[in-house]
Design a protein around this ligand. Sequence first.
Ligand code: ZN
Ligand code: ZN
Length: 336
Amino acid sequence: MRELTYTGRRAVEWREAPDPALRSDQEAIVMPVAATSCDVDSAILAGHGFIDPPFALGHECVARVVGTGDAVTSVSPGDLVVVPWSINCGTCDHCRAGLTAHCTAVPHMAMYGAPIGGSWGGLFSDLVRVPWADAMLVPLPAGLDPVAMASASDNWSLSWRLVAPHLRNRPGARVLVVARGSIGLYVCDIARALGASDVLYVDPDAGHRRLAESFGARTAEAIEPVRHGFDLAVEATGRVDQLALAVKCLTPEGICESAGNHFRPGELPLLDMYLTAVTLRIARDNVRNHIPDALDLARSGDVDPARVVSDVFDWEQLPEALPEKHLKPVFVRKDG
Ligand SMILES: [Zn+2]
Ligand SMILES: [Zn+2]
């Protein structure tokens, strides 16, 4: 089989690898049928990552199950499933507490698409081994489009987690979104659907702003800090100065959720944050824990994640098209 391999700035290529085989009765082999780039992949492709190439890329996809071990009960060959970006066993203390991004059965940070906790391959590969199929895979609900939901592995479900629990606790909250990619746009859609009274989306990209407006957000290219302006701020830029802006806009006891991946250092206004009494959460997302909730929202029809998909390409176009700048390209297998 082929693995799409990141080889250097704006460069990927197919490399041959042995077909993955089941190593235990709890495993599955899946074939990605609709895969997309995470916002962090865009940073990696631009040369801003911290892991030296080459490595197999990709950690967002809907896949078709092609084989399962005898102990697997939740999915069967032929099923369409969401494959979570991080590897988790489902039975260790952390997994049972919902901390699926911190599973202790695998090396710290084990994930698809980056060799930082062992090598698990990437979801832009022709075939992928899933070490704990029942714990990891989530069947795609009938009626949901694999292309629209390719990002449920990470960015879509992360976006749900960044705002949904807070809007439940603070109905009608005012939400600031400082972003550069798909996460901020999903957040606008979800925040509006879940009753945010105001959403301001800040991004220098005019095309992104038009999309945010289509989700009912106000938009700006850039802003000065708005003192006590927002109950909830979401930062998804990878830039510490933008995270500082987000926290400076919060009301007393406001909450800032950061999607993280700040590859370069910077300073936060900690005294301001102390005086305003803000909560900042910056966290690798325990995505497997809330993929089902995020899919439920998608199924409700109150949101439209398909609108964030910028391009649909054939699987064979991956080497040429992935390194180009696209907001949310989805690569689809004809034989999937
Ligand atoms: Zn990601
Ligand atoms: Zn575990």
